[in-house]
Design a protein around this ligand. Sequence first.
Ligand SMILES: [Zn+2]
Length: 406
Amino acid sequence: MALRLYSSLGRETREFRSLVPGVVRMYVCGVTPYDVTHLGHAFSYVQFDALRRYLTFLGNEVRYVQNITDIDDDMIMVSRRQGGRPIAEIRDENDAIFRADLDRLNVLRPWRYPKATEHIDEIIETTRRIIANGAGYEVDGDVFFEAARFPRYGQLNGVTLEALAKRENPESKREHKKRGPLDFLLWQLTEPDEPSWDSPWGPGRPGWSIECTAMSMAHLGEQIDIHGGGRDLVFPHHENEIAQAETATGLAPYCGWWMHNGMLKLDGVKMSKSLGNLVLARNLMAEFEPDHLRLYLLSEHYRADADFHANLMPGLLPRYERLTKAAQLAVGEADGGSPLWQAVTERLDDDFDTPGALGLLDASAARILAGSADAGEAAVLKSVLAILGFAFAGARGPATGDFSPL
Ligand SMILES: [Zn+2]
């Protein structure tokens, strides 16, 4: 069976084929580094790490790009609250914490790790192309994308423009200057205390969504295979990214598979900074092994809305111990033709069903520890756990990219 993945665009599961056979161009939206890593981040990045590893195992060279949004409204707000502290300082401090947390979770570092502030030229150039192609307009130093000019606007969300216009929208700024309610900023005039760059439209800074479009195209080219991120980014961020990229380049689709992870709740309530109910990955890793946390995160399907509660991690301990003990009994090479291997990869090929795959491995671990397993089964179990990124099974560590030290 070949790998099939669900795409939010079209809401269907299709056989995965990259544009260039053997190379997978994958972009995952990174964090805005103004705060610490919570469990929702860990869920998203561990899921995409495991998928990236599986794609690599299938024989692909995976070019995994993840960005740093180091200039946006949130970064400016935090800088102001800290008495005008330089944004680069806030970014570097939080990024070091974020990366240390992901390193401990054995998340491979990206192939490229671009910062928005280092791509201002590409952002200006993409904005210029959008204006030249008839979908961008300037009003006194602000440049907007005119959503009505892009016929496929709304397709990713699968609803009408009228329905989209009623949604909560962080792009509802400068309403009085817009031609339409769904128009969004490509470039914006800056306040006197905001960082700003020269542009053909005067001094300003980028809009939010144009940053990811410009960084993705700069590092991966004008069309990519997989774009990942949390489901909360589907509107407006990813809808805007499609409109921008396809208008700038004239090529469609910009991305073959839009993959969105579900949202993590705590005791049934959405985890959010404003509610003060964030669970921090580092606090959990102070109490439990990072692989134990990885086991929890991968035991949820990436598209599911998972509900975390305090006794989940202790409850997983027997499973975690069974898997580690069974992996220790591995001898020799894993047999790729064995029934367990076939069954597990069938689960992973079905829209990356990690809970299903781990369920098969749980049963296998029980057989191995009871002495009733087939010969060589422990080697298969260990190999599959390594593909999913478990360090105890020998998965490679986080040193892929070449970017600045922590
Ligand atoms: Zn993004």
